[in-house]
Design a protein around this ligand. Structure first.
Ligand code: PHE
Length: 346
């Protein structure tokens, strides 16, 4: 066999070497790369090749040596994986990985996302505005005249300084901003934090979350308002849910209504949550008062609109049967953990 044939034979042997534990890997190393190994012997022969062929053979021999080393590493790795690390105990590579405790979204975030999702799917955009508002956006443009008793409906936190600034009492303020800066058709919801100076109890808090909605276009009707809200209630609470509207009053809508939903806890038969009436209140709504449209630069002769507003805590309470509003703020992990199953993730 000439040199070339012998190199090829050793190459073939390297490629064919089979793993068989740490000992077989070591035997392979000795047989190939040891002092009397086959690769070592071939490397020795490099001395005898004619000078003009040295470069070529040098490269060839290097490749051979590297191939033997790589194969040895592979055999060692395979032996180690099969037997665990050589030093430590066997490792079960099929065992599920240990993961840290996963956090979860707050129930209010989950429900807010779900509400937004329902309206986004029927073409509503999401708009935001400041939490510290001026009098005009929170009250004036919404048809609350100065000193009008309707302002007492929403106990306001005022902020010291010029301009009648206050913490917004509802996100209707955002809708004023949207109407001022855009043209109909407008279809938007405004989720956000709102503030009212109320004593904290199981049923009230001085800060809560709202999602308010606004639709302004040519010929928007009360029937569409009812259809939209029924669609919303069914999307969140299931196809069986019924809604009803009771006449109410808001300065910025005319006519105005409170929306009740058939009690999802007892199915309408009567229970403690619905105070045995079979109905629970979920939001306020109405047709945007023409004066509000005018205040915001929209011609009420050409356009009409509807608006609605709901509390996210209230919707979450009905979805998850949360008995006390204060639980949302205490950050007790035993409470928060219960919403981590992803069932309500949008
Ligand atoms: N802004 C009202 C509130 O905070 C809710 C509402 C919005 C009512 C839109 C009617 C229309 O109570």
């Amino acid at each position: 066999m000439n040199l070339n044939e012998r190199v090829e034979a050793v190459e073939a042997e390297i490629a064919a070497a089979q793993g068989g534990g740490a000992e077989a890997a070591e035997a392979f190393r000795i047989a190939m790369l040891g002092r009397n190994g086959k690769v070592t012997a071939l490397l020795e022969e490099l001395k005898q090749v004619p000078p003009e062929e040295k470069r070529l053979w040098g490269q060839r021999m290097n490749q051979l040596k590297n191939a033997a080393r790589t194969r040895w590493e592979e055999l060692k790795a395979a032996a180690g994986a099969a037997a665990g690390t050589s030093a430590g105990p066997a490792v079960d590579r099929t065992r599920p990985a240990l993961t840290g405790p996963a956090g979860s979204l707050h129930p209010i975030s989950l429900v807010r996302q779900r509400i937004i999702h329902v309206f986004e799917r029927i073409g509503y955009t999401v708009s935001q505005g400041p939490e510290v508002e001026d009098d005009r956006h929170n009250f004036g443009a919404l048809n609350f005249p100065p000193d009008h008793p309707a302002r007492d409906m929403q106990d306001t936190f005022f902020v010291e300084g010029p301009g009648g600034m206050a913490l917004r009492t509802h996100t209707s303020s955002v809708q004023v901003r949207v109407m001022e800066s855009g043209k109909p058709p407008i279809r938007t919801i405004s989720p956000g934090r709102v503030y009212r100076n109320e004593a904290i109890s199981a049923r009230a808090h001085c800060m809560f979350h709202q999602v308010e909605g606004l639709y302004v276009d040519k010929g928007v009707s009360f029937a569409e308002l009812k259809g939209t809200l029924h669609h919303f209630a069914k999307s969140l609470f299931g196809p069986e849910v019924k809604i009803r509207m009771r006449p109410s009053y808001f300065p910025f809508t005319e006519p105005s209504a409170e929306v009740d939903m058939s009690c999802t806890i007892c199915g309408g038969k009567g229970c403690a949550v619905c105070k045995h009436s079979g109905w629970v209140e979920i939001m306020g709504c109405g047709m945007v008062d023409p004066a509000v449209l005018t205040n915001c630069g929209i011609d009420p002769e050409a356009f009409s609109g509807f608006a609605f507003g709901m509390g996210v805590e209230r919707i979450a309470q009905l979805l998850y049967r949360v008995p006390d509003l204060r639980l949302y703020w205490e950050n007790d992990v035993r409470f928060l953990e219960q919403f981590s199953d992803g069932a309500f993730r949008a």
